[in-house]
Structure formats: structure tokens, C-alpha cells
Design a protein around this ligand. Structure first.
Ligand code: ATP
Ligand code: MG
Length: 248
């Protein structure tokens, strides 16, 4: 029996007058990497946002870790959103973004030297270079933004990392590197990782658990090798073929 880090019971979320999550229940396996799969609009991002308490919900989300999760965006949860919304009238460099998150005193008073050093280590850890630090956030590529956000989400040391399609903008070489980073973090620090992905063939080889969502509910939860072709057909319909070599 796998230990649970988070128990979700009868989770319901209504957005814009529609019920998006419709009484969803699941367990997030402690110390494991779980992939959330599902067609567009099935409610994957909404589930992550509910776990972060960013949106109102009914039902129960219970963390079994002893940290305070009563307020939105708890410190022990790292999050990489699917889309980065940047106000173009707020020119922020990568250094500013990291500095604001990492340092308590205002960044216009200067960055402490250990913070500067830590930034380099963080970027190296996600396969990005120091040269990104001086670039405006809205001018770097989507894949570079995702690396920066991943570095930030991994700092200081989350116990739960929620990643919403984090590898989607990253090139093929970068994707292998990305899964290596996540696997190492999980192995060495025991971080629980939940990642949303459409990259069905890759995910099967890198994750311990899979949750398949459809219409605001989870229709399958278990190790990738246990998903049957029938279940895939039922959940994903014509997208079934995309899974085939993920669990052979
Ligand atoms: N703020 C909102 N107001 C109204 N409807 C919303 C809102 N946010 C999301 N929805 C709707 O909720 C449904 C689920 O959205 P969600 O973003 O969770 O899907 P998803 O599984 O992450 O999809 P994708 O694979 O495209 O990212 C969609 O139909 C979406 O249009
Ligand atoms: Mg989404």
C-alpha cells in the first residue's frame, strides 16, 4: 500500500457557472512522481489550482505532512503554471524575478552575495545558464521561461512539486534533461511530484503513477503498466494510440 501525501475527497469546483471538477477523489502518492493525463479541458489545471487553494472548492483536500496548508500557495508546494502571464508594462529581468522570491529585503537595495550565488546554482540545476539573469522575462523563449520557473519552484525545497505541462515548450534534448532533473529531485530528496502532460509516450517511462482525467473526474489511478487498452479507449477515445508504447 502506497503512503499518501495528499488525500482528495469529493472535490467539486465551479467556474463560470459550470461544474469543472465533479466530485473527484484521489490520493497523491508520497515520494512518487505522478502524471496527470487527460484531453484538453478535462480539468487538469483546475485540479492543480485547487490543490494550491487558488480557487474555491467544496470537498476535502487533506495534506498529511504536518505543514500549514490553510492559506493559498503554501511555501512547501512548488508550482510551475501552464502559462506565464507577464504584464508587458512591468519590465522584469530573470534576476529580478528570482531575487523577489528569494530575498526578504527589497531587491532595489541590492542582492545579497549568497543569493547571487544561489541563483547561478539554481539555473545550472535546470540546464539554463547564468546569461539568462540579465534578460527581460518577457523576451526569453517559452522553454527558457519554463526552466526559470522550474528552478524557482524547486527552491528552497518543496515537499510537493506541481508542474503543469512543464516540458511542453522545451526541446527534445531539454526534455530528457528535464525528466532527469525531476527524477533526481524525487530520488535524492523524496520530493513528491505531480506533473500534467500530454506527452503520453514519454511519461510512462519516467513516472511511478498515472492519473487519467476525463470530464472533471479521475477514471484511472495506478502504475502506468496497469492501464489497460480498454481503459484508454474509454477515457481517451481516438487518442488511445498515443499511449501504446508508453506501457508496453
Ligand atoms: N476561469 C474560468 N472560468 C470558466 N471556465 C473555466 C475557467 N478556467 C477553466 N475553465 C474551464 O474549465 C475546463 C477545464 O479547464 P482546465 O484548464 O482545468 O483544463 P485542462 O485539462 O488543464 O486542459 P488543457 O489540456 O487544455 O490545459 C475547461 O472547459 C475550461 O474552459
Ligand atoms: Mg491545463
Amino acid at each position: 500500500m502506497i503512503a499518501s501525501l495528499v488525500s482528495v475527497r469529493n472535490l467539486r469546483v465551479e467556474l463560470g457557472g459550470n461544474e469543472i471538477l465533479r466530485g473527484l477523489s484521489c490520493e497523491l502518492a508520497r515520494g512518487k512522481i505522478t502524471a496527470v493525463l487527460g484531453l484538453n479541458g478535462s480539468g487538469k489545471t483546475t485540479l492543480l489550482r485547487a490543490l494550491l487553494k487558488e480557487i474555491p472548492y467544496t470537498g476535502a483536500i487533506q495534506f498529511h505532512c504536518g505543514h500549514d496548508h490553510s492559506k493559498p500557495n503554501p511555501r512547501h508546494v512548488g508550482y510551475v503554471p501552464q502559462k506565464l502571464r507577464i504584464e508587458s508594462n512591468m519590465p522584469l529581468t530573470v534576476r529580478d524575478l528570482l531575487g523577489i522570491a528569494m530575498q526578504r529585503r527589497p531587491i532595489f537595495l541590492g542582492l545579497r552575495s549568497e543569493v547571487k550565488q544561489q541563483m547561478k546554482v539554481m539555473l545550472e540545476g535546470v540546464g539554463a545558464t547564468e546569461s539568462l539573469l540579465d534578460r527581460p522575462l518577457e523576451k526569453i523563449s517559452g522553454g527558457e521561461q519554463q526552466r526559470v520557473l522550474l528552478a524557482l519552484a524547486m527552491w528552497p525545497e518543496p515537499e510537493l512539486l506541481l508542474l503543469d505541462e512543464p516540458a511542453s515548450g522545451i526541446d527534445v534534448q531539454g526534455q530528457e534533461q528535464f525528466y532527469d532533473i525531476i527524477s533526481r529531485l524525487n530520488r535524492e530528496r523524496g520530493t513528491t511530484v505531480v506533473l500534467v502532460s500530454h506527452d503520453l509516450s514519454t511519461v510512462g517511462a519516467h513516472v511511478h503513477q498515472v492519473m487519467c482525467m476525463k470530464d472533471g473526474l479521475i477514471h484511472f489511478q495506478g502504475p502506468p503498466r496497469e492501464i489497460t487498452a480498454e481503459a484508454l479507449q474509454q477515457i481517451f477515445g481516438t487518442a488511445r494510440h498515443l499511449f501504446v508504447h508508453s506501457h508496453q
